[in-house]
Design a protein around this ligand. Structure first.
Ligand code: ATP
Length: 446
């Protein structure tokens, strides 16, 4: 991951401000906007919802989540693909399911869409159990990586296909269909391309058509399964912004499946990190990055120093003490309580590690170490070091740290504030090779 570009993009998204950025009043009646400016209800959407669930979408204002995954397990014969998933997704959320290949994220999405039935547990859509309701009767739409547009139809006709076929049942006339198709084509910024056929569009433009087509009927939630996987890296970055912008403008719940942690961190309000069929943690990108619940999450999201150690006891009210790297260091306790004397893993992100030539003073955790390798990457110097006990240490040093020219073999001190560390339950620590294999397998699976 390029930390510079991720930081820039996070900064850009934060600058976009709250979700109420822009809505299309002509598209959404006033009483159908939620308190954040996101859409709560449209005539077509409400009609479709009433048809399938017998309930009006306005129930969402009572705080009912859009989707409830209630202790859902999915078995394929003897194989358990998803184990007791139990979480909710709120109105207007951009929610991602993230994890390596085979962790069960697509199966969970397919159960929400109705393409698979849970073996046990229930899935509720706006408060109504839809576990056995077929896909076409659920008010959700899915966008896949391989978006099958109709090649012989124009962009406009592709987007109009759904509303036209539902025109009668939704009680719409041709003018209403035209208005909503024009507006959705404007939302995805394809107005100038409306009369082109798919073959005359770039990959990113085709993806926008697929989005407009899936959104034009205002589903309760849009499900996206690695939708940017077929695009090259540059276009993927552009489309990440576009997806987020469109989601904010429309206020529709997006449920996004990806194995790409950078993509999930950049776009999501909350992320569910999955591993081997289990949801390991659900939280905001910041929570997941700063306070991972497990060694797996810490290793899968961003880069992390992870060291085996032993928690010896409490240092004071806020910190515990951990024997690690051949020293006793003050550290921030994690969510899982560890008995005094118990095995533990200490995590410190590389960008929180400082390097100094002299022994640091004050309340810092400090360890003597030796430089093994250095890579200069413009704003960041990546240092590989080794502690006295042989453990590897990674430090990403910014230009604000005034260091002399370092060479392999130089003796330095690495240090960090105890707040920059986190004590996690003991677990096998993934090697760089393990992580690369995990990511390669995910890429191959696409
Ligand atoms: P990927 O990113 O590779 O798509 P994923 O996290 O989305 O991975 P799933 O597609 O949900 O993973 O699959 C989870 C596990 O369930 C995998 O081991 C997969 O082989 C298995 N699985 C999925 N669908 C079926 C099926 N229809 N029959 C048997 N096993 C299945």
């Amino acid at each position: 991951m390029n930390p510079g570009s991720l930081r820039n993009r996070l900064h850009y998204l934060l600058r976009m401000g709250p979700k109420s950025a822009k809505v299309y009043p002509q598209l959404i009646p006033k009483d159908h906007l939620n308190s954040r400016g996101g859409r709560v209800l449209t005539e077509t959407g409400a009609a479709a919802t009433r048809q399938t669930t017998g309930h009006s979408r306005s129930q969402r204002s009572d705080g009912t989540p859009v989707i409830e995954i209630d202790h859902v397990t999915k078995r394929f014969d003897d194989y358990i693909a998803v184990t007791d998933a139990n979480f909710t997704i709120g109105a207007g959320e951009f929610f991602s399911m993230l994890g390596p290949s085979g962790c069960g994220k697509t199966t969970t999405l397919r159960m929400i869409a109705g393409f698979e039935n849970p073996t046990s547990g229930a899935i509720r859509l706006e408060g109504v159990d839809v576990s056995r309701v077929p896909p076409h009767k659920r008010n959700v739409n899915t966008v896949f990586q391989h978006y099958a547009l109709f090649p012989h139809m124009t962009v406009w006709d592709n987007v109009a296909y759904g509303p036209r076929s539902r025109k009668k049942s939704a009680g719409l006339d041709s003018a209403a269909v035209k208005k909503s198709v024009d507006e959705m084509i404007e939302v995805v910024r394809l107005t100038d391309f409306a009369l082109r056929k798919p073959a005359q569009l770039s990959g990113g433009q085709q993806q926008r058509v697929a989005l407009a087509r899936a959104l034009v009927n205002y589903p309760s939630a849009l499900l996206l399964d690695e939708p940017l996987g077929a695009l090259d890296l540059k276009l993927r970055h552009v489309m990440q912004f576009e997806l987020k912008r469109i989601q904010r403008e429309l206020g529709i719940t997006f449920i996004y499946v990806t194995h790409d942690q950078e993509e999930a961190l950049t776009m999501s309000d909350r992320i569910a990190v999955m591993n081997a069929g289990n949801v390991e943690q659900i939280g905001t990108p910041t929570e997941i990055y700063d306070r991972p619940a497990s060694v797996f999450v810490a290793g899968f999201i961003g880069q992390a120093n992870l060291w085996h150690g032993r928690q010896t006891g409490r240092a004071n009210r806020d910190y515990v003490e951990v024997d690690v790297l051949g020293a006793t260091l003050k550290a921030r306790p994690g969510e899982t309580a560890i008995e005094p004397g118990g095995q533990a893993t200490l995590m410190v992100r590389p960008e929180r590690v400082r390097v100094s030539m002299e022994q640091p003073t004050g309340d810092l955790a400090a360890v003597r170490s030796k430089v093994v390798d250095l890579t200069f990457q413009g704003p960041v110097l990546r240092l590989s070091l080794v502690a006295a006990d042989g453990s590897p240490i990674l430090a990403h040093v910014g230009t604000e740290q005034d260091l002399p020219l370092l060479r392999p073999g130089d003796e330095v001190f690495v240090c960090w504030s105890p707040d920059a560390s986190l004590v996690l339950p003991a677990a096998d620590i993934p090697t760089t090779q393990d992580l690369e294999e995990m990511l390669d397998a995910s890429s191959d699976a696409r």
